[in-house]
Design a protein around this ligand. Sequence first.
Ligand SMILES: Cc1cc2nc3c(=O)[nH]c(=O)nc-3n(C[C@H](O)[C@H](O)[C@H](O)COP(=O)(O)OP(=O)(O)OC[C@H]3O[C@@H](n4cnc5c(N)ncnc54)[C@H](O)[C@@H]3O)c2cc1C
Length: 460
Amino acid sequence: MNIKYELVVVGGGPAGITLAKRLGNKYKMAIIRPEDYSMIYCAMPYVVEDLIEKKKCLKNDNLITGAGVDLIRDEVVSIDFNNKNLLLKSSGELFYDKIVIASGAVPFIPQIEGVNLEGVMGFKTQKDLEKITSFVQNGLKKAVVIGAGAIGIELAQALKHKGLDVSLVDLAQQVLPNLVGNEFAQRASEELIKNDIHLILNSKVEKLVGKNYVKEVHLDSGEIIYLDEFAPCTGNDNTTIKGLVIFATGVVPDLKFIPYNSISVGRQGIIINERMETSIPDVYAVGDCVQYNSLITGNVLGGKLATNAVPMARILADNLLGRKSEYKGFVNGAATKVYENYVGGTGLTVLAAEREGFEVVKAYSQLTTQFPIMPGKKELRLKLVADKKTSKIIGGQVFSGEPVTGIVDLISFAIQKEATAYDLLDLSYSAQPYQSFFPAGNIVVTAAEQIINQLEGIQN
Ligand SMILES: Cc1cc2nc3c(=O)[nH]c(=O)nc-3n(C[C@H](O)[C@H](O)[C@H](O)COP(=O)(O)OP(=O)(O)OC[C@H]3O[C@@H](n4cnc5c(N)ncnc54)[C@H](O)[C@@H]3O)c2cc1C
C-alpha cells in the first residue's frame, strides 16, 4: 500500500470515531484498527450477564466509512515520524501529512508469579468477551475478579448472575476507591455481600498457582482462593480450566508501535498540550493513550474514560478545522450500578482532596427521587465536597435507587465552571411528583446550603 493520506488516525475506539465523524468531509482521511469491529466496551459486562446480545455491542463501520473515511483493518507495527510514514502488519507502508495516535489502553496485569497460566486474563477486547462468555456458557463455576472498581464490580455481578461462585478482591480498604468515599462504598459492599459475592478487601494478590491452568489465588493475608473444586470447563479457544482469574486493575497506554524515545511519554501515556499536540509537529494524540492533568489541581491524573476520550477528540477536531479550542483537564465524572443501586462520583473525594492539600468542607444531603408521598420514590443521597479557602466545588458523590449520571454531570459542570457553593445556591431547578423531590428542595442546593452554613459558621 503506497498511499498518502492528509490525516491518519491510529485506533478505531470512541476517540478515533469522533474524529472520523467531525473531519471525514474535510480531510482525505484513514482510520487504522486491527479489530473486525469497534466495541462499546462499557456494555461488555451486560453481554456476559446475557442482558444484551454481543452483536449489539459491536459498532457499525458506517460510523467511519459513512463519514467518508477509509477504514484500514490492520495493525500499525511502527511509525517513522521523520519521514511521515508508518508500517502496517499486513499491507505495507502508508504515508501521512498529519497523524493522530488514538490507540487506547490495554489491561494492566501485574507481572506476578503465575499470570501466564491458562484462565488468567484481562477484560477489554472482543476476544476477552468471547472467551469469558464461552466458558460461562460451557458451565464454568468459579471466577475471581481482581479490582473492585466500576468494571470489576459490574463484571462480578454479571458472572454471579450466570451462576458462578465469584470472589472480588481489591487491595484498597473499600470498593470504588477512585469514585466515592467510604460511606457510599460501604453501601455498595453491603449489596455485593448480600448477593453472595465474596468480597475481599485490603488484600493484594501475591501469586497465582497451578499447572497449565490456574488453580489457586494467593493473597498477602495468607488466604488462598481455590479454583479447582469444580469440574473442568473448555472455552472457545480449546483451553480447559476450572476457574477464571480476571484482572480489572486498570489500564496502561497501548504504545508498543511507537519507537523508543521518539515522542515525549509520561507514566500515563503520550504527553500532550491543551490542543492535543505532542512533542512532534503534525503528530497529535487523544484518548486513553495520553497523559493529561486534573482540571482541579493541574497535576497529572489518570482519566481512562470514554467520556474523556470523546471530548479530547472533539477539541482536536476543532483545532484541525482551524478553530482554537483548548482542553481544560479531567474531572472524571463516572458511575456504576451495584444491583438495584446506582453510584457515581466526580472530581475529588474528601481523601483525594486532602491528599492534594485542600482544606475540605463536606456536606451530606438526603432526599427522595420522587415526591416522598409518591409510591415509587427511592432514596437519593449526595455528598458534596468544597474547598474551604475558595468555596469552590471540587467533588461530589451520589448514591441512589435511580440513575445518578444527571446529578454527577451537574456537579461536573459546576467544577468545570469553577462554581462556588454560593453559585449552586442559585441553581434553577425543576420539580414534578414522578421525577424529583418537592419543589421545596433540590439535593444539590440543599448540600450547597449546608456547605455555606459551615463556611459561615452557622449551625445547621
Ligand atoms: C469493560 C469496560 C467498561 C467500561 N465502561 C466505561 C464506562 O462506563 N464509561 C466510560 O466513560 N468509560 C468506560 N470504559 C473505558 C472506555 O472504554 C475507554 O476509556 C475508551 O474506550 C477509550 O477510547 P479510546 O478511543 O481512547 O481507546 P480504545 O477504545 O481503547 O480504542 C483504541 C483503538 O486503537 C487500536 N489500536 C491499538 N494499537 C493499535 C495499532 N498498533 N494499530 C492500529 N490500531 C491500534 C485498538 O485496537 C482500538 O481500536 C470501559 C472500558 C472497559 C474495558
